[in-house]
Write a new protein. Structure first.
Length: 634
């Protein structure tokens, strides 16, 4: 696209904000609610995206420039009277350091991102693009080498919405002096010269911003002459939609689909049994609804209906609802008739961008409009139990379907992309075994009583506050984080993991020995900063055996959690520390291993924002299995 003049080389992705609240309209853009997963995603995205220009290693060349966004604690669009342009995210130091910041730290330190975007919102009373302490921290403490951009018109919001300063020139000065280098929008274009003339912005501020901006341009090779003579100069339209790219899109869709319910092994369907099929729902023939926000042009996409029809020739369609908001039941009759006339029925409902998107949060977790009535009506009319397919990026309260025996199977496909229809059909008819896992907790509708503007992650029972995400939430769930079924069953076994870790007494240990904090029961904790140089020596691998005890091959995601002793106030209920996807065959075992870093995985951030290594028995959790590793701090 760059070679034919259709794009630049800087792209403002990935979105690595934590999917903190299930109503967030942009949660669909993120890797989910877990900071460890978001961190891993950030590293993989940025390193793959930026690549190398193939020059000398010391040139620090970039293929493209990736941008970690939105820094920081940004996860509210427009909810009730709150707007992202004026919202002040009040965040504790504990939540900031153990939930909101880790993905950005990993994106910069490990991913080596060349861009960071500051967000619209305020954080503890200071606009994100004017947070000098946090923006400078990325360079001083995290080693960030790149440029900082505002979100579009975020500098304008400092003056116009947040009223943080008295003049436009003050907004320009605050942002530039805090470390921002470029403004998306026209605010700096219109107001910087005046700020300079008033002495609020100095030459050194301009020089620093230009240095950071031109450094990234140099690394991209923008000044190296005709790009068509470079390493990637021959890339053009012929390289878009190649077979390998389309295969990758299909595999991503396959791995992302989650089987939530499958009573009595109702799925997969057998083609010789399904003589006729009805596909009901406004999503089923709408290709654009498969894509979500910020998408390009898909390669020869087919609808869910078209791909299902490829398996069953006698396949009919009825929308049931005119659109996703589904405000009327006028078309129910046609859908019910189609269900009655078919042997089996698949109902496709859920969310689209009219319900959740940038600048739009949801107010309910239920299916929009009369969609629930449509599903129940079809379930009552169908000869056999039905299959329910859910779309959209946010969690849904589908308790009614979870508990209805007439709804045998439930699949969540999210926004599966151009190949989503084929992937869904393959899974429903058993050509592919589902292996996806939920990246977010699915809450009940009662969660909507929790104010979205309350940023606290940890539960507060004294005020009836249930907390957020699987790490801290204490309320009812529809489906838990990491839930996902398969057409086969898997058994786990711990093959190796140490029963005890001891920080040996040494000259270095003597330095921090007196700084070990102990509670009334003698359990100890230690500031990680005291032993950073020793952390690598404490790492170990957990060897795991995974046995497919069913009669169908398939991939499976192994998820390892840990639970720390509750020595520190606000310790998570459990914490994901590693995962791996393994590909298995029936009645066969396969081994994998997950690296455990005690300084990271056995530590807890305290109320002051310091990460503490906690002594005592740490529980490794793998499915229903538990293994205790005792950490001794001498």
């Amino acid at each position: 696209m760059y070679n034919v003049g259709q794009s630049g080389l800087t792209f403002w992705a990935p979105n690595i904000n934590i999917f903190r609240d299930p109503r967030w309209g942009r949660g669909q853009e993120t890797p989910g609610e877990d900071p460890m997963v978001a961190s891993a995603f950030a590293v993989e995205f940025v390193t793959g995206f930026q690549g190398s220009r193939g020059g000398r290693e010391e040139d620090d060349g970039l293929m493209l420039s990736a941008c970690c966004k939105h820094f920081t604690a940004y996860d509210l669009e427009k909810w009730r009277n709150f707007s992202r342009y004026s919202f002040d995210a009040v965040v504790t130091q504990q939540d900031l350091q153990d939930t909101f910041q880790p993905p950005f730290r990993s994106c910069i330190q490990q991913g080596k991102a060349s861009c960071l975007m500051c967000a619209y919102n305020e954080v503890n009373g200071v606009p994100a693009c004017a947070m000098q302490d946090l923006l400078q921290k990325t360079r001083v403490d995290w080693g960030f080498k790149g440029y900082i951009t505002s979100d579009c018109d975020a500098v304008a919001t400092i003056f116009e919405y947040q009223h943080f300063v008295k003049t436009r020139e003050d907004a320009v000065a605050d942002a530039l002096k805090s470390g921002m280098d470029i403004n998306c929008g026209s605010f700096l274009v219109r107001n910087t010269e005046s700020a300079v003339k008033q002495g609020k912005v100095g030459e050194e501020d301009i020089d620093r911003a230009l240095l950071n901006l031109f450094s990234v341009q140099l690394r991209l090779g923008i000044f190296d002459g005709d790009p068509r003579k470079g390493q990637f100069g021959k890339l053009g339209p012929k390289d878009v939609c190649k077979s390998e790219h389309r295969k990758l899109a299909l595999e991503a869709a396959r791995q992302g689909i989650v089987l939530l319910k499958n009573e009595d092994n109702f799925l997969p369907f057998r083609e010789d049994v399904v003589s006729s099929l009805a596909v009901v729902g406004p999503h089923a023939r709408n290709i654009s609804n498969m894509l979500g926000s910020y998408t390009g042009i898909p390669c020869s996409p087919k609808s869910l209906f078209e791909e299902l029809q490829a398996y069953v020739q006698m396949t009919s369609h009825a929308a049931g609802c005119q659109d996703i908001p589904c405000n009327a039941s006028d078309a129910f009759h046609e859908a019910i008739l189609a269900a009655k006339n078919a042997n089996y029925v698949i109902v496709v409902v859920g969310l689209d961008l009219t319900q959740e998107t940038e600048d739009l949060d949801r107010v309910s977790l239920l299916l929009p409009g009369k969609q629930m009535d449509l599903v129940s009506s079809i379930a009552a009319a169908s000869k056999n139990p039905i299959v329910l397919v859910l779309t959209g990026g946010g969690p849904l309260d589908v308790s009614f379907a979870q508990n209805d025996p007439r709804i045998a199977s439930i699949l969540w496909i999210g926004y599966p992309g151009e190949a989503g229809g084929k992937a869904l059909a393959e899974i429903i008819f058993g050509d592919v075994n589902p292996g996806g896992r939920l990246p977010v907790t699915w809450y009940t509708e009662s969660f909507t009583k929790v104010p979205m503007n309350n940023m606290n992650m940890r539960a507060d029972p004294s005020h009836g506050y249930p907390g957020r995400t699987y790490r801290f939430y204490t309320g009812d769930r529809v489906y838990g984080y990491g839930h996902g079924l398969s057409y086969t069953n898997f058994h786990y076994k711990f093959l190796s993991a140490p029963p005890k870790l001891t920080l040996l007494k040494s000259s270095r240990a003597n330095i921090y020995r007196n700084r070990v904090l102990r509670d009334a029961e003698g359990l100890a904790s230690l500031d990680i900063a005291e032993i950073e140089e020793s952390c690598d020596s404490l790492k170990f691998r957990v060897q795991i055996s995974v046995t497919n005890v069913g009669d169908m091959k398939g991939s499976h995601v192994v998820i390892l959690f840990s639970r720390a002793p509750r020595l520190i106030q606000g310790t998570p209920q459990k914490q994901l520390i590693g995962f791996d996807r393994v590909h298995t065959f029936p009645n066969t075992s396969i081994e994998t291993s997950i690296l455990v870093d005690p300084c990271d995985h056995f530590s807890v951030v305290n109320e002051s924002g310091k990460r503490m290594l906690v002594g005592g028995g740490h529980v490794l959790m793998l499915g229903d299995l538990e293994h205790i590793v005792s950490v001794e701090l001498n």
